[in-house]
Ligand binder design. Sequence first.
Ligand code: ASP
Length: 441
Amino acid sequence: MATLSYNKLGLTGKILIGMGLGILFGLLLRNMLPDSPFVKDYITNGFLHVIGTIFISSLKMLVVPLVFISLVCGTCSLSEPSKLGRLGGKTLAFYLFTTLLALVVAVFAAVIVHPGDATLAAEKMNYVAKEAPGFAQVIIDMMPTNPVQAMSEGNMLQIIIFAVIFGFAIAHIGERGKRVAQLFDDLNEVVMRVVTLVMQLAPYGVFALMAKLALTLGLETFGSVVKYFFLVLALLLFHNFVTYSLLLKVFSGLNPFIFIRKMRDVQLFAFSTSSSNATLPITMETTEHRLGVRNNIASFTLPLGATINMDGTAIMQGVATVFIAQVFGIELSITDYAAVVVTATLASIGTAGVPGVGLIMLAMVLNQVGLPVEGIALIIGVDRLLDMTRTAVNVTGDCVASVIVAKSEGEFNEAVFNNTEAGKVAHSFNAQVHISENQSA
Ligand code: ASP
């Protein structure tokens, strides 16, 4: 009976159970057997590490083929250069707008709430900042010199550029191109099917990731930066639930509650993996099959968003910069605040969608406004939890943009969006995978 009702649970329910049990298991073990070498070697760094890493690897495994194949399909069907240009322009403008909005609110809130206490500066700083790349180099690096290398390194922007050029060429060579496009369409189906298979593993993967986190997370520094932590958290939640809902309503007239409900799985994946890139297969699957965005839009907006659109990261970087200035007793002028907003926008664009990079890129913002990079040492202890939460915000921002752009381009299926059952992943891999899917309507 018990297994029967477990099977009836949706994927979200199973992931939540995995998450809760994982945290419970980790905390219990941590308290019952503290400092046990057995737990450390065989459980934390053994079994949990293996399961958690395999789960994340299985997601990452799909990212490159999925982005390439899906984007080639998308570009083939967007063969007019003017449409492609308009789509690119709209998407970039929207991404920039939401990031700036997030930053202005974050910096403003940090100034008002004033989380930084000057006495913290006395704490030992032993953070050695990694060098953040310059902005010019970021632009140059977008052009692939070798697409195979770009794929082997998982360099998303280079893959995007190569796929767009490739897809564009396919669309312009007549009959032969049609045959190749058909092949890519079929390949896309195959990869999507593998995504749904990997999704079934999520409850176990999430269990391992959360248990390991509960066993290893050190919160020693938590007390001193508690105000910073809760301010960033509150701003992330505000952006996720209020700002995005308003944007969705204003720009597309759609019901934000439906959107929030359908985003749950994507957010859980993002939260547990702390990686926009690793979550990309689920983001694409959900946006296309549950939210009703057609492939030609989603395949373009989402990989781009996972790479450059990081509203959650920008919020952290904005608050962190103001916090560090306050801790070191450095007064910032209005021009400095403007510089924080601009450089944090660029830093969040340059942040890769993998765990913890937002904190490395924070060094670029601190350098720009002349603040001590060692200040990062203060917040590093609480960054893991904030990284998880901001990644969920980052991917939600990509989906909001995708829906709004798709709606404005007439590439959106509202019936799918409004149907609560649409695209739900069935429980067995062999069963019909997407329930009530109505993409072609
Ligand atoms: N982990 C974040 C992401 O993947 C990036 C960051 O802020 O570190 O979206």
